[in-house]
Design a binder for this molecule. Sequence first.
Ligand code: ADP
Ligand code: NI
Length: 215
Amino acid sequence: MQDNIEIIKQTKEFVKQRLTGECSGHDWWHVVRVYNNAREIAKRETSADIFVVALSALLHDVADHKFGFSDDDRRNIITDFLARLQVQSEIIEHVVYIVNNISFKRGTNQHKMTTIEGQIVQDADRLDAIGAIGIARTFTFGGHFNRPMFNPEFDTNIVGQDNHTNDDTISHFYEKLLLLKDKMNTASGREFAIIRHQRMEEYLANFYSEWNGEL
Ligand code: ADP
Ligand code: NI
């Protein structure tokens, strides 16, 4: 097996090359933020294997389901890449397991990550979906897919629904983003999420005030 530092370096180059130019919120810099969040949480979770955390964070969006890739496609792409770097097969299996189970998938993914490494990377990805960055990503996504910013005629009482028909970006907060704080796996992930959740609550309150003509 090659040196872990060299493997991480090559993985960064591989992911950067695949995701550069992606502009719906899953770009290379999203990966960098998730990688940094994951390492920050992992430092506080002493039993975690940092190498697995790092590889999974870097590879978690290389073949997203939103762009037509299946779980098998993702498994093949990641396995081919890591096997070429002579990463041990148990580590490859663990990374594939994490990457294939990380997604929120409109609330339908009931799978609970069974390993601490998976829990950390999932928390790190969820942290990047909320707070100031989460707000920016969500409006970027909405613009990319031609969604209206807000339609006040829509019912926002859709918390927990996975089949709603609202297509405005504000509805996404109720569909997903405001639910994430209570879905965190680790204690430190939860701590960070509470702060970011508050930022979204404040943002929405300000958004509605301004929308309603308050100066
Ligand atoms: P996951 O990878 O957990 O399944 P997605 O790929 O669906 O999550 O979403 C990642 C990010 O893309 C969300 O956190 C959000 O910022 C943005 N996004 C996804 N769906 C929507 C939507 N319907 N409206 C606005 N933003 C969205
Ligand atoms: Ni992600």
